[in-house]
Design a protein around this ligand. Structure first.
Ligand code: VAH
Length: 316
């Protein structure tokens, strides 16, 4: 049975990967850390949890040894929009945390999953069906840390034989954990506002296309890649995956099939719009499909139906 450590386990991605891993591998086989413990009590109290800064390699090493960890999910990071407010802090946390984890993994023979992002691409990257192997010149500090992270993880694989694997996530949409300061947060907020007030004021232009994915598919991908046969992997850090590409106007139209009087207006955030404009409109994910059988289950129609039904049920 696997023994998994999830660093940054209370964030948007971390909390749902943690929940699914505990279901699949057992509460005591999934150890969580985060820099806070004042949210998501069921996770914090549902199994081993430690208050640890992701950059504290000594503490992480002690946890890995105590729990005989074989797989680390490194999910601690400052997301794109928040990172632009304090680029140095974003670099220190995103890179300081990752290299601490890679050093611990090298010492203890752990596999490491690190999320990258469509943010690892920039304005000179082909925007439509962005290829797996292409130009990566991001213009956000978040994207710089993602490209640097991909290169660092590949280096530890080739130089020290650390089993590193990663996925370039699109914008992740979840009905459980609030978004954490990203450029794609609008695509989550819009559903909650649609149920609450039948109106949403969007911070991106209505024709801004971005790749998005529903959280159940994102979680499945993060677990599936770490269970994949390493002999079939020609890529490591990181794989493109794609599920849907849409713009706020399209998402609003799908919401109106459930809430006919839903309206959307715009109050553009120039920082977030500039980041979104630098990212691809859509990705091709052929490598992930061939090398570890990636396949999404949710499209925009299915996600919209599930999100609105779940939020409406909770608000009753
Ligand atoms: C962000 N949600 O907006 C993250 C993600 C592709 C977007 O990396 O920063």
């Amino acid at each position: 049975m696997k023994n998994i450590l999830i660093i940054g386990s209370l964030g948007q991605l971390g909390s749902e990967i943690a929940l699914e891993c505990r279901k699949r591998y057992g509460d005591d086989h999934v150890v969580l850390t985060d820099i806070r413990n004042d949210v998501n009590k069921p996770l914090v109290e549902g199994g081993p949890f430690y208050l640890v800064d992701a950059r504290d390699g000594q503490s992480v090493d002690a946890i890995v040894k105590k729990h005989n960890i074989d797989t680390i999910y490194h999910l601690a990071a400052v997301l794109s929009a928040r990172a632009e407010k304090d680029p140095l802090n974003a670099w220190n946390l995103n890179m300081g945390g990752l290299i601490a984890t890679l050093e611990v993994a090298k010492t203890n023979g752990c596999a490491v999953f690190t999320p990258s992002s469509i943010g690892a691409f920039g304005p000179t990257t082909p925007k439509q069906y962005t290829p797996q192997d292409t130009i990566q010149r991001p213009t956000s500090i978040y994207g710089v840390t993602k490209v640097a992270g991909e290169l660092l993880c590949d280096y530890y694989y080739h130089k020290f034989d650390v089993d590193t694997r990663g996925i370039r996530f699109p914008g992740v949409i979840s009905n459980m954990t609030p978004p954490g300061g990203g450029t794609t947060d609008y695509a989550v907020e819009i559903y909650y506002e649609a149920v609450k007030s039948h109106h949403y004021t969007c911070f991106l232009r209505g024709d801004t296309y971005l790749d998005m994915i529903y959280m159940p598919d994102a979680v499945q991908a993060a677990i599936q890649i770490m269970e994949a046969n390493p002999a079939k992997l020609r890529h490591r850090n990181a794989f493109n995956i794609a599920a849907m590409s849409f713009c706020p106007e399209e998402q609003a139209a799908y919401i109106r099939t459930h809430i006919p009087d839903f309206t959307i207006s715009y109050d553009i955030d120039p920082v977030k719009q500039a980041i979104a404009d630098s990212w691809p409109d859509s990705l091709e994910d052929y490598a992930a499909r061939v090398e570890w059988d990636w396949k999404p289950r949710f499209d925009l129609a299915a996600m919209t139906s599930d999100m609105l039904t779940t939020i409406q049920r909770r608000s009753e």
